[in-house]
Design a protein around this ligand. Structure first.
Ligand SMILES: [Zn+2]
Length: 76
């Protein structure tokens, strides 16, 4: 009976190591994504002052706007 217990323990340790390795391999890519993208530069709308990500902002004549309506409003 000692051999079976030994085999079960070895199997459990192997499973634990196996899942631990998988856990170590998987997370980094998922953990870093949300923060790395959101901390990009924000700009203020030249018309209303709303802060928006630079990627989503509309640029016109060196100024940033939150929407096309505000870009047009400032243009007049
Ligand atoms: Zn605006």
């Amino acid at each position: 009976m000692g051999l079976i217990r030994f085999l079960i323990i070895v199997l459990l340790i192997w499973l634990a190591v196996h899942y631990f390795k998988r856990w170590l391999d998987a997370p980094p890519a998922k953990r870093q994504k949300p923060k790395a993208k959101q901390v990009e530069s924000f700009v203020a709308c030249h018309t209303c002052g709303l802060h928006i990500p630079q990627q989503e902002a509309i640029e016109h004549a060196g100024h940033y706007y939150c929407s096309e309506a505000h870009r047009d409003a400032d243009h007049d």
